[in-house]
Design a protein around this ligand. Structure first.
Ligand SMILES: CC(C)(COP(=O)(O)OP(=O)(O)OC[C@H]1O[C@@H](n2cnc3c(N)ncnc32)[C@H](O)[C@@H]1OP(=O)(O)O)[C@@H](O)C(=O)NCCC(=O)NCCS
Length: 393
């Protein structure tokens, strides 16, 4: 019998089951739930072996928008090691192997929501954006008349919704270019809570949509509205949806939704200076292949700039060393060379690339050191919207 490599796709149902039980125990669920979940990822599952499966993860193949372009990205999730096997370096080894595979055969970026940031930081991931949940008492929402009408969506609207989502979010740094699996998460119906979708139209033209479910809190018949997606192409659409949610005030208490830290939607929702942000989670980004990632990103066509950096990347030495970045007419060229007087850690590159940190902030975080002559150019190149996403994966 040939020996299986230390890292790879599970070899059949038995190995998938070992990973599924580690998942179930690690994330407080049951094998009945996690086994089909793992099965559904098919070739997107990876395990680490050391005399049997010791750790595993799943890969969401997706894109992430930066500078208005979709950059292919692996979304890593479900990293799990059974409790009795922890602190032996298995998760580190699994992620290091995954990073190598990603560099050699995968897309230029990798993103994840970390439960243990240190594990990923050690390998070059850094916080690069966030996900914010806002909660509004429905009784406080304004009701306004306007030209936008809402209609329940039908199964035929699937492509329409995807088009509206992309029109609204492709220009927001960090938002996902959703794959089928990510869309499945948005559409998934929670037990006993049907999901509703409404399309907004203006003179027959689709201009937005919302997808939400209703959930009872406590023993009363009152419920809260939990919005999965709220896409508004303009202010009238936002007003129409706020009015629609306000119409639930006799039976619903709170509206929960995900929006950017400074989302234009908040202009409609925020009636006082206090914002009730009920959840914030941050995601990490890893620039896996530097040249591909830099050249695939979108940039302002109004910026012409030239920067030189020395990149520090201990895990992927192919990325490390001196680079010259030339931006002109919205097109980036990343070439080897230059003096590299500014030293940028690959973790810092992730935060710079997403638009989370400008060079001055990277210096405070210790992720950019040395000569400052390229700081202004780097600032101008990566300036843009605050990175975030409405999705969790
Ligand atoms: C998090 C988890 C995957 C770590 O697995 P592990 O094999 O014990 O981790 P390793 O031994 O490879 O440790 C790698 C690094 O991560 C750090 N780390 C490990 N577990 C951690 C935890 N729970 N919290 C914070 N840091 C942690 C270690 O300190 C180590 O860093 P160091 O070498 O600088 O000290 C494991 O504890 C687990 O499965 N937890 C439950 C599920 C979970 O939280 N998964 C992560 C989802 S993103």
């Amino acid at each position: 019998m040939t020996e299986l490599p230390a890292y790879g796709v599970p070899d059949g149902a038995a190995e998938r089951r070992v990973y599924a039980s580690a998942m179930a125990q690690s994330f407080g669920g049951t094998l009945e739930v996690f086994e089909p979940w793992v099965e559904a990822f098919g070739a997107g599952v990876r395990v680490l072996r050391d005399d049997g499966v010791k750790a595993g993860l799943v890969i969401y193949e997706m894109g992430q928008y930066f500078g208005g372009r979709s950059i292919p990205c692996w979304g890593i999730a479900g990293v799990a090691v059974s409790p009795e096997l922890r602190s032996s370096g298995y998760a580190h080894k699994l992620m290091a192997e995954n990073l190598r595979e990603n560099f050699e055969q995968g897309p230029p970026l990798s993103a994840l929501y970390p439960a243990a940031p240190r594990l990923y930081r050690n390998l070059g991931w850094e916080f690069a954006g966030s996900r914010h949940k806002y909660t509004y008492p429905i009784a406080t929402l304004a009701r306004l008349d306007g030209p936008v009408v809402l209609r329940p969506a039908t199964a035929d609207d699937a492509e329409l919704l995807r088009g509206l989502y992309a029109r609204r979010y492709r220009n927001e740094n960090g938002c996902l270019d959703r794959s089928e699996k990510i869309w499945e998460r948005v559409k998934r119906t929670p037990k006993e809570n049907p999901v509703f979708t409404y399309v907004a139209e203006h003179d027959g033209e689709p201009v937005g949509y919302t997808t939400y479910f209703q959930k009872r809190e406590g023993g009363s018949f009152h419920f809260d509205l939990h919005v999965r997606d709220l896409v508004c192409l303009n202010r009238e659409v936002a007003q129409a949806f706020v009015t629609f949610f306000a119409g639930h005030r006799s039976v619903a208490d709170n509206l929960h939704l995900y929006a950017a830290p400074d989302d234009p939607l908040l202009i409609e929702l925020q009636q006082t200076q206090e914002i009730r942000q009920t959840e914030r989670m941050d995601w990490m980004l890893r620039v896996v292949r530097v040249k591909d990632a830099l050249e695939a990103r979108g940039y302002s066509s109004g910026v012409t700039a030239h920067a030189q950096i020395k990149l520090i990347d201990e895990l992927l030495p192919e990325n490390a060393g001196n680079w010259v970045l030339k931006l002109d007419a919205g097109k980036m060229q990343a070439e080897r060379g230059g003096a590299g007087e500014a030293e940028l850690d690959v973790r810092g590159l992730g935060a710079l690339y997403s638009g989370r940190f400008a060079p001055a902030q990277l210096r405070v975080a210790g992720l950019l050191r040395g000569g400052e002559s390229s700081d202004a150019a780097l600032s101008a190149m990566f300036a843009g919207t605050v990175p975030w996403m409405p999705d969790y994966f």
